[in-house]
Design a protein around this ligand. Structure first.
Ligand SMILES: O=C(O)Cc1cc(O)ccc1O
Ligand SMILES: [Fe+2]
Length: 458
C-alpha cells in the first residue's frame, strides 16, 4: 500500500508476495477487514469503498466455466471522461483479420529477432500484431503480437477489451501493476492478463522484447491429463496470483488506454486505476515459471506429438480442438531408441507460430534465434533443417540418452488459419531464405529399380 502524494509509482520490492493456484476462488485484502463478509454488494462497503464486478464470462456461463471477480475500490472505474480515439493512432494492432488488413500465405515464414528501438518506446507503442485469425467482435479468434520496448509506461494504464493477453517475455523483466496487485515477470516466466483488466508495464531492465498471444471469446485452461494421471505438466499450485495492492494518489491527467476492436481509445481520469483495496474471485491475472513444468515424453521409441507439452489451452466448442494452445519445448532427456529424435517432418491441419526464449531449438541448427519467430500455417510442410537431419542420422543408433539443455522454445498452435499483417511480411527482419534450410535435404533412397526408367513392376 502507498499513501504518499508522490506522483511516481513506488519501486517494486525485490520479492513480491503471491497467492497460488489455478482457477481458485481467491481473496485478498490490503487492509484487514476491507473485503465485505457474507455478501458482494453491501449498502455501504467497509472503509467506504465502492464494489465493482468484472465479468470474464457471460453471467449465465456454466458454473465450471464461469469467471468473475469483485473489486472493492476507492473510486469505481467508471469515473472518467469519455473515451476518444487515441491520437496519434497506433496503426499496428489488428483484431479482425480480413483481406483489407492482412494476407493469407501458405509459405513457411521466419523472422530474425527484431532489435529494440533507441527512441523512447513503451509497451503500448512497442506492440505490433504479427498475425491472427477471426475477430474480436465476433468473440472467436486470436492475434499474435510481439513487442520491443525500452521504457516504462508513464501516467497511463493499458487494457484490452478484445481478449486475454498471454505475454511471453524474451528479454527484460516486466514489472506489471494490475487492479488485483503486482507481478514481477522475468524471461522464462509467462503472465496472463485477462480481458478487461487494466495494467501498467514497467521495464526495470530497460530494453525488452517478447511475444503476446491474445485470445478472443474464451480463456486459458489447464489441459486435461488423460492417461498421464492426476499429476504432471503444469501444476495448479505453480500459478501465482497477486495479492491486493493499491495506491491512493492524486493522478491528474491519468490516461486509460483501451484496446477495443483492435483500435486504441483513451479516457482521462484524475486517479490511479490501481485503487483496489480488496478483491475476491476467480477472474484474475496470473504468472507461471516455465522451469516448473514437469515434462513427459517417450521412454522407448518414437517422437511424441508436441501436445504432450501443453502448458495452457484455450478451447473451442469442439472437444480437443484448441483456439490456441501454448506449448513449450523445455530442457529434457531424450532417450528413445532407434528413433529419429528431433521433431518429425509433418503437415498439420492446425497452424503453428513458434518463438524462442533462450538457447537453440532442436529442429533448427541455424536461423531460428532467441527473439525470432516462425509461422507454419495449416498444412504447410515443415520439420528439421538439413543440418539437423544430417547430424541426427550421423549420430546413429548409438546416441544414448541425451539431455537437451539451455533451450526454451514455445508454440502458439491454433485451429484457425492465421493471416499475416503487412508490416510483418515487409519487415526487414523477415528471413527470405528460410526455405533454403530444407532445400539441401537429399534423397537417401537406395532401392535398385527393376528397369532403367526407375519403374518397378508393370
Ligand atoms: O514444428 C515444430 O517444430 C513443432 C513440433 C515439435 C514436435 O516435437 C513435433 C511436432 C511439431 O509440430
Ligand atoms: Fe510443427
Amino acid at each position: 500500500m502507498e499513501s504518499k502524494s508522490a506522483a511516481a509509482r513506488p519501486a517494486f520490492p525485490a520479492e513480491l508476495e503471491y497467492q497460488s493456484g489455478f482457477g481458485n476462488h481467491f481473496s485478498s485484502e490490503a487492509i484487514a477487514g476491507a473485503l465485505p463478509r457474507g455478501q458482494n454488494s453491501p449498502l455501504v462497503c467497509p472503509y467506504g469503498l465502492y464494489a465493482e464486478q468484472i465479468s470474464g464470462t457471460s453471467f449465465t456461463s456454466p458454473r465450471k466455466l464461469n469467471e468473475r471477480s469483485w473489486l472493492y475500490r476507492v473510486k469505481p472505474s467508471v469515473t472518467h471522461e469519455p473515451f476518444r480515439p487515441r491520437v496519434p493512432t497506433h496503426g499496428k494492432l489488428v483484431s479482425e483479420f480480413n483481406e483489407s488488413n492482412s494476407t493469407a500465405t501458405p509459405t513457411q515464414l521466419r523472422w530474425k529477432p527484431v532489435e529494440v528501438p533507441e527512441s523512447p518506446t513503451d509497451f503500448i507503442d512497442g506492440l505490433y500484431t504479427v498475425c491472427g485469425a477471426g475477430s474480436s467482435y465476433l468473440r472467436h479468434g486470436f492475434a499474435i503480437h510481439m513487442y520491443t520496448a525500452n521504457k516504462s509506461m508513464d501516467d497511463c494504464a493499458f487494457c484490452s477489451a478484445d481478449g486475454d493477453f498471454l505475454i511471453v517475455p524474451q528479454e527484460g523483466r516486466l514489472w506489471i501493476t494490475t487492479e488485483c496487485g503486482r507481478l514481477q515477470v522475468s524471461p522464462g516466466e509467462i503472465v496472463v492478463l485477462p480481458q478487461g483488466f487494466r495494467f501498467v508495464v514497467d521495464l526495470p531492465d530497460g530494453p525488452s522484447r517478447g511475444y503476446v498471444a491474445e485470445i478472443f471469446g474464451t480463456h486459458f485452461q489447464l489441459p486435461d491429463l488423460g492417461p498421464i494421471g492426476a499429476n504432471g505438466l503444469a501444476a495448479s499450485r505453480d500459478f501465482l496470483v497477486p495479492v491486493a495492492w493499491f495506491e491512493h494518489l492524486p493522478r491528474p491527467g491519468y490516461t486509460i488506454v483501451q484496446k477495443f476492436g483492435g483500435e486504441l481509445f483513451t479516457a482521462k481520469q484524475d486517479f490511479s486505476p490501481f485503487n483496489v483495496v480488496a478483491w475476491h474471485g476467480n477472474y484474475v491475472p496470473y504468472k507461471y515459471d516455465l522451469s516448473k513444468f514437469c515434462p513427459y515424453n517417450t521412454v522407448l521409441v518414437d517422437h511424441g506429438d508436441p501436445s504432450i507439452n501443453t502448458v495452457l489451452t484455450a478451447p473451442t466448442d469442439r472437444p480437443g480442438v484448441a483456439l490456441l494452445d501454448f506449448v513449450i519445448f523445455p530442457p529434457r532427456w531424450l532417450v528413445a531408441e532407434h528413433t529419429f529424435r528431433p521433431p518429425y517432418y509433418h503437415r498439420n491441419c492446425m497452424s503453428e507460430f513458434m518463438g524462442l526464449i533462450y538457447g537453440g531449438y532442436e529442429a533448427k541448427a541455424d536461423g531460428f534465434l532467441p527473439g525470432g519467430a516462425s509461422l507454419h500455417s495449416c498444412m504447410t510442410p515443415h520439420g528439421p533443417d538439413t543440418k539437423t537431419f544430417e547430424a541426427t542420422i550421423a549420430l546413429g543408433n548409438e546416441a544414448g540418452p541425451r539431455r537437451i539443455s539451455n533451450t526454451m522454445a514455445f508454440m502458439f498452435e491454433s485451429c484457425l488459419m492465421p493471416r499475416v499483417c503487412p508490416w510483418a511480411l515487409e519487415s526487414p527482419y523477415m528471413d527470405h531464405n528460410y526455405y533454403q534450410c530444407w532445400i539441401g535435404l537429399k534423397s537417401h533412397f537406395s532401392y535398385e529399380p527393376a528397369d532403367e526408367d526407375g519403374h518397378d513392376g508393370i
